[in-house]
Structure formats: structure tokens, C-alpha cells
Write a protein that binds this ligand. Structure first.
Ligand code: SF4
Length: 472
């Protein structure tokens, strides 16, 4: 029986409820009166139920679809303004005992180059990332209790936070590792992580078990209930995601929103972020083998419908997607993007030799961070390297109430500009710096609170004189 308050995976992601939701959405996909009512509710920025969201996703009335896209854009503007948060992935190890059929790290892949970073390697990788200008990392590792035990992950986090190179520093480490125990989540919390990210891959239990034939990840319930254990372990911010292309996208979409509803119902706080990866080619992975691939148009619709359904949740897109695709979805709700990413283990220091390949997927957008920052500013966005909320304790429900009250606009905008200024001073090319200075001069005038504006202007001057790390 469907029950969003339950802590049992099969009750908060109830298969029958998803099937009924999809049937309801199909039956109402051109029900203009119902769709108008859902859009009216969405305009109140209080979110939608999974059933309402599924109707919008299926809606085949062209004018209403344009309204959905316009509303997604407006909600993005209202809550995130024109800021885009920047991050980079850091692959620690590609040793893995699981058998995931869509990932080249699966245990049976004997020809992929297996690598695991030592602490010395991490110092080199993080120094290289700092030299690019990154302040926020997402660390990634395969599941392997022997090669990548929790102690290894904790040591890596500690090393990352300890590296201070020139004006560089990693100020927030998000963690994407396999589902684990409450005790281990508590250790991650104590290590000072930002968001704990775990992709569900697919919410369809039968498919999930086929796609994960071997290894601990085979256990659907243990994986699906991981966020509840993470929250029990004290982690406030969790990040959801599915791998689009594995199962029917309508099913995944409903499951994703049911998971968000469950977190809100059971813990009083929804997901901090939702990632929307699509399956990509990699070492021994051919995406065409999976027959549920989605077009760019459907992908854009999914992003827009997530945006209007969970307005306060950040949305992440990686370099799996092309420049053109990223540009499209930035205007529909995506709030965080990676740039200059290397998806191989050790890839920031040493490009891999031709015979080597330790990457989890092929990067589509191969531009440097400087090129991505420049491009964002050309499009009118403010690339933000801000990590202030997490460092000021504005996490979990505190972040959500902060966000819901609209206060975030008074803080995020100047924080984004000050961290962008640091980037321009320390890492940008001259062309990027020129456009960035013009952008900051114009944007700083838009800070609504005069006192905050005045302090921010002083801080910008101090940054030019070598001071760092200002935040509201
Ligand atoms: S998806 Fe994760 S668990 Fe599965 S094989 Fe890849 S690294 Fe291992």
C-alpha cells in the first residue's frame, strides 16, 4: 500500500501507485481544465504532487506546454535568480564489486584500468582543481569494502579539506558513494560533508534487480532506503537522481517525485538536489543497448516539470550533456553545473594514455572551466562558487525555510558576486575577467538591501587587495 510516511521502500515507492499515476496522466494529458488547475497551483510555488506533476509531463497541448516551460523559467528566476553554482567531480577510485550493467566500473570488466588515488595523488588532484578555480567538489568512488572502505573515504575528505594552495581551498565536499549504514553516514556527517548524493538509477524494482545482477547494490530496498539512513545519521542535505535511459522515463519521473514526497513527509525536508543524468557511452558500455533513451525535447520537459513540482530543490546537470543541451535546460530550472570535469581517476593531473581508460562515462561538454564561466556570463548568468549556506549551518530544513521565505536572494546574489570576483582575480583568462568585471559592476547594484550592498562593495575591493573568503 502506498504510504509516503513509511520507511519501507516498497511502500513509499509503491509500484501500483506509479502505474495508477501513469494511467491517470495518460487519461488527462489533454484535459485542459485539469492542466490549468495544476498550473494555477504550481504558480503558487508550493510544489505539486507526483500525480499532478505526471499530468504536466504527459500534457500534449502545445500552448500549455509553453506555459509549463515559461513557468519553470520564472520559478528558476524567482528562487535562484541568474546564479549558477559551479562544481567538479573528483573520482577517487574505480574499484567496484557490483555488477551494474550500465557502468564500466562493474566488477566483471577486466580491461578497464583500475585506479585508486593515494593521499599524495589527492593532494595533486585537488591542487590542480584549486588551480582551475574550483571550491566545491563531488567525490565519487565505486563500492568496494576492501579497496574503498569508509575509512579511506573519510581520509580522502580530510585530505581534501586540509589542502590550502595559493588562494585556493575546497570549501564544500559533496559525497557520492554507495548506500551504507547509519553509523557510516554519521561518520561522513562528522567529516563535514555537504550533500550526500546517491542516484537511484531506476525506481522500477524488477528492472533494478536485473540491472544490478550481482553485488550489494542488488538489494533494491537497502539502496532505496539509503536516504532515510543518511538522515538518521544526521546528514541534512541529500541529493536524488535517476539514470534516464534505463527504464521508461515516465515511471522514473513519478518515482523520483514520490521519493521527494517521502523525504518531506518522513523527515520534514525534501531533497536538497535532484540530478538528471542520461546514460552515456563508456569503456564497455554502449547506450544504444538500453532502449529507453530520451530525446533532448523530452529531457527538457522533464527538467521543466521537476522545476515546477519541487521549486526549492536545486537541480544538477553534468558534462554528460552537450553545450547546447546544457544551455537549454539552464533556462528551465537547472541551478548547478560542473565544468572542466575529468571523469577518470587522477584525470586532473595526468591525461590518460591511449591504452588507458578509467573513466565512468565519456564527457560530452569538454570545455575548460574558464570557457564554461565565460559562456555562462555571455548568456547573462552569474557563475557562483559560493558555499556559504553550508558553512553557516543553513542546511536541511533551515536552508529550506530560508529559501521559502525568499531571504536567500539577499544573501546568494552578493555571495555569488564575491566568489566570482575571487575567481576572476585568481584564475580567469583576461577575456573572462573583462566580461566578469562588467557583470559584477552591474549586478552588485541589484542587491536589494542597502546595508548588504555597501558591505559587499567593500568586500569586492578587499578581494582585489588579496583578501578572501567573504560571505553573508
Ligand atoms: S554504478 Fe557504482 S556501484 Fe555500479 S558498477 Fe558503477 S561504480 Fe560500481
Amino acid at each position: 500500500m502506498y504510504n509516503p510516511n513509511s520507511f519501507k521502500a516498497e511502500e513509499f515507492i509503491d509500484h501500483e501507485e506509479i502505474l495508477e499515476t501513469l494511467a491517470y496522466a495518460e487519461a488527462n494529458k489533454h484535459n485542459a481544465a485539469l492542466i490549468d488547475g495544476i498550473l494555477k497551483k504550481a504558480r503558487q510555488r508550493k510544489g505539486l504532487t507526483h500525480r499532478e506533476a505526471a499530468v504536466l509531463l504527459d500534457c500534449d497541448l502545445e500552448d500549455r506546454n509553453q506555459e509549463i516551460f515559461a513557468l519553470a523559467n520564472q520559478i528558476k528566476q524567482d528562487f535562484y535568480g541568474n546564479r549558477i553554482v559551479m562544481f567538479a567531480p573528483l573520482y577517487l577510485s574505480n574499484y567496484c564489486v557490483n555488477g551494474c550493467v550500465y557502468c564500466p566500473y562493474h566488477a566483471k570488466n577486466k580491461h578497464i584500468t583500475r585506479k585508486k588515488l593515494t593521499q599524495e595523488d589527492i593532494v595533486r588532484e585537488v591542487t590542480a582543481l584549486q588551480d582551475l578555480g574550483h571550491k566545491r567538489l563531488a567525490i565519487e568512488a565505486g563500492e568496494d569494502p576492501v579497496n574503498n572502505p569508509i575509512e579511506y573515504i573519510l581520509e580522502c575528505i580530510n585530505t581534501i579539506y586540509s589542502i590550502k594552495h595559493k588562494n585556493g581551498a575546497i570549501r564544500r565536499v559533496n559525497v557520492n558513494i554507495a548506500a551504507t549504514t547509519v553509523e557510516n553516514y554519521r561518520k561522513l556527517k562528522d567529516a563535514g560533508i555537504g550533500t550526500y548524493i546517491l542516484f537511484q538509477e531506476t525506481y522500477h524494482k524488477e528492472s533494478y534487480e536485473k540491472l544490478h545482477p550481482t553485488g550489494p547494490k542488488h538489494h533494491y530496498a537497502y539502496h532505496t532506503e539509503a536516504m532515510d539512513r543518511a538522515m538518521e545519521g544526521g546528514i541534512d542535505d541529500v541529493g536524488l537522481g535517476v539514470l534516464f535511459g534505463l527504464e521508461l522515463y515516465r515511471y522514473e519521473f513519478a518515482g523520483l517525485l514520490m521519493h521527494a514526497e517521502h523525504l518531506e513527509a518522513a523527515h520534514g525536508v525534501g531533497p536538497h538536489t535532484i540530478s538528471v543524468p542520461r546514460i552515456r557511452s563508456a569503456d564497455d558500455i554502449d547506450p544504444s543497448v538500453f532502449d529507453n533513451g530520451i530525446s533532448d525535447e523530452t529531457f527538457a520537459k522533464i527538467v521543466a516539470c521537476i522545476r515546477v513540482s519541487v521549486p526549492y530543490t536545486g537541480m544538477i546537470i553534468s558534462t554528460r550533456e552537450s553545450k547546447a543541451c546544457r544551455e537549454r535546460v539552464l533556462g528551465l530550472g537547472v541551478s548547478q553545473i560542473s565544468g572542466g570535469s575529468k571523469t577518470s581517476v587522477g584525470g586532473y593531473c595526468e591525461p590518460e594514455q591511449e591504452e588507458e581508460n578509467s573513466a565512468q562515462f565519456d564527457v560530452n561538454d569538454t570545455r575548460t572551466l574558464d570557457e564554461v564561466v565565460h559562456w555562462l556570463m555571455d548568456l547573462g548568468y552569474i557563475p557562483s562558487f559560493c558555499t556559504a549556506c553550508y558553512r553557516e549551518g543553513r542546511t536541511g530544513d533551515r536552508f529550506m525555510s530560508f529559501c521559502k521565505s525568499g531571504q536567500i536572494l539577499n544573501f546568494c546574489h552578493p555571495n555569488a558576486l564575491m566568489t566570482l570576483k575571487e575567481y576572476l582575480e585568481d584564475y580567469a583568462s583576461s577575456g573572462t575577467k573583462t566580461i566578469g568585471e562588467t557583470l559584477i559592476s552591474a549586478e552588485i547594484q541589484k542587491v536589494p538591501n542597502d546595508k548588504i550592498k555597501e558591505v559587499a562593495i567593500c568586500n569586492l575591493t578587499d578581494i582585489m587587495q588579496g583578501k578572501r573568503d567573504f560571505r553573508f
